[in-house]
Design a protein around this ligand. Structure first.
Ligand SMILES: O=P(O)(O)OC[C@H]1O[C@H](OP(=O)(O)OP(=O)(O)O)[C@H](O)[C@@H]1O
Ligand SMILES: NC(=O)CC[C@H](N)C(=O)O
Ligand SMILES: [Mg+2]
Length: 510
């Protein structure tokens, strides 16, 4: 679950990079591993700044001031395919045809056959293990088929038709065609989110934005916005004076199944995705969870409800209210440590839990504590948290999760390739509680979770992480291949991953 962003300003003399940089900060929670911006300036020249690290570290003032142009895209990466090498930071670039840049959120699930197709039929070189580089090259190959001197909107839509035909998985993308346009498209099941918005600037003309979450649009005054539909694409001319954005339903919507995990954990609470307020779903998760807890625990079995900061706070507060029990911030979060679940390796995740959360003994001593988290994934956080609560003198520790048990890979954009690393893998709830060291674990049921998120328009979600049934299915050998690449990367026996790989103009400044 990366963050993606694209902006086209009407005023071609106004640099877009500072706003892209600011917008990236609003999407930082979606990917902490790498960040990148690419802009397009005069004569179609593309400028970029990307690399491993958080947006604030990669986007230094000096680098941003070197990014010319009024149209650009940005990416915040949480690696889900390939490795976390610098060279896989996005956006990706290909010079032919026309000069294209692409930023992708999601995961393709037929990369094995796509790689073969690239190699044997299209003869394009893919320089990394990233599925996003592959996706860009599929698009480029489709666009190339028209063999035209200058590209137009129809060509782009037709090339996207080819992409939709060839590619399987979850994907929301923003891209740029040098000197021509900004574009965005969303997979035919709407698994990954993407919104389009516009604002009237001081000169009375229109600026446009594409973003993963509504919070960025609102914060930058793009007050008229909507979600792209599954299978829909938009092309925004580089200079809005030259025409309006053109939308097209490139392929029929297959289904509309946003990833349920966006509402549980990924998205910011102040975002509204596919018309569903993330905050309100989390409140409802708290109410439903409380109903479930009342069925599982006697009325005197809980003295206090403690949230696991940050994401679970909304749900835990509502849960405590519904239970009629006091809500206490028993864990103080160090605001300088990022999200632990999306850290690239297990060692980092473990060491940062204690750095991130510190227990307040007074809230635990002699008490029966109900800890509420949004989800239990690998159990890295939860085991440590239970430990801390016990060390602090809790007499009983119950652990409730706003999401059901996670027993399967998340194939569309969470780095959960090896399901043996999931704490609930092949375990009953009792065995999970034992592994976590707590007295009981209580999960929200999938049915209840869906009830908390559904609306009149959307009542189905992508829930493969809970059920093992994925809306797009998975190509034979795909999970195996992902595990193989991951194992190679972890064992360091793979090809050398240099600090800096080839970049635009073969130059990179870090
Ligand atoms: O089972 P685990 O592997 O421990 O993962 C689950 C935990 O990770 C996430 O928190 P994270 O620290 O990433 O982010 P947050 O501050 O937004 O809650 C999530 O909210 C859970 O607390
Ligand atoms: N989290 C994502 O959306 C990741 C995008 C892409 N699969 C990558 O690994 O870079
Ligand atoms: Mg958390």
């Amino acid at each position: 679950m990366c963050g993606i962003l694209g902006i086209a300003l009407a005023d071609e003399t106004c640099p877009v990079a500072p706003e892209l940089c600011d917008g990236s900060i609003f999407l930082q929670h979606r990917g902490q591993d790498a960040a990148g911006i690419a802009t397009c300036g005069a004569r179609g020249r593309i400028y970029q700044c990307k690399g491993n690290g958080m947006a604030r570290d990669v986007f230094t003032q000096q680098r941003i001031s070197g990014l010319a142009g009024s149209m650009g895209i940005a990416h915040l990466r949480y690696p889900t395919a390939g490795s976390s090498a610098n060279s896989e930071a996005q956006p990706f670039y290909v010079n032919s045809p026309y000069g294209i840049m692409l930023a992708h959120n999601g995961n393709l699930v037929n990369t094995v056959s796509l790689q073969r197709y690239m190699d044997e039929e299209v003869h394009r070189h893919i320089n990394t293990d990233s599925d996003s580089e592959l996706l860009l090259n599929i698009f480029a190959a489709e666009l190339e088929k028209h063999n035209k001197y200058r590209v137009n909107n129809e060509d782009v839509f037709r090339a996207l038709e080819g992409v939709y035909r060839l590619v399987r998985g979850g994907y929301a993308c923003v891209g740029m065609l040098a000197g021509f346009a900004l574009f965005g498209f969303r997979d035919p099941n709407g698994i990954r989110p993407l919104l389009f918005g516009e604002r009237i600037n001081e000169n009375g003309s229109k600026d446009y934005m594409l973003a993963s979450e509504s919070v960025v649009l609102k914060a930058h005054n793009f007050t008229t916005y909507r979600d792209l539909k599954p299978g829909e694409a938009v092309i925004i001319p580089k200079n809005s004076e030259k025409g309006e954005p053109e939308f097209k339903q490139v392929v029929p919507m297959n289904s509309h199944r946003p990833d349920l995990f966006e509402y549980v954990y990924f998205a910011r609470p102040d975002s509204v995705l596919d018309g569903i307020s993330v905050y309100h779903t989390r409140l409802r998760m708290g109410t439903k969870l409380a109903e479930n807890i009342m069925k599982n625990l006697g009325p005197d079995e809980v003295d206090v409800v403690v949230p696991v900061p940050d994401t679970a706070r909304t749900c835990a507060l509502q849960c405590a209210n519904a239970l009629g029990k006091p809500y206490r911030e028993g864990f103080v979060k160090n605001r300088y440590v990022g999200r632990t679940f999306i850290m690239p390796n297990q060692k980092e995740r473990v060491s940062s839990v204690r750095r991130k959360l510190n227990p307040m003994a007074s809230e635990f001593r002699g008490k029966k504590v109900l800890i509420v988290d949004d989800s239990i994934v690998r159990g890295t956080t939860s085991k440590e948290i239970v430990n801390m609560a016990k060390e602090s003198g809790a007499t009983k520790v119950y652990f409730a999760s706003a999401a059901p048990a996670i027993r399967y890979n998340h194939i569309y954009g969470i780095d959960l390739t090896d399901n043996k690393n999931l704490i609930a893998y092949n375990k009953t709830d009792e065995e999970v509680a034992e592994a976590m060291g707590c007295d009981k674990v209580i999960y929200q049921s999938l049915e209840d979770l869906i009830d908390c998120c559904k609306t009149e328009d959307i009542d189905k979600f992508e829930v493969g992480v809970f059920t093992g049934n994925y809306v797009t299915g998975v190509e034979d050998g795909y999970l195996h291949e992902l595990e193989r690449v991951r194992a190679l990367n972890q064992s360091n026996k793979t090809d050398v991953k240099s600090e800096v790989d080839i970049g635009l103009y073969n130059a990179a400044d870090y």
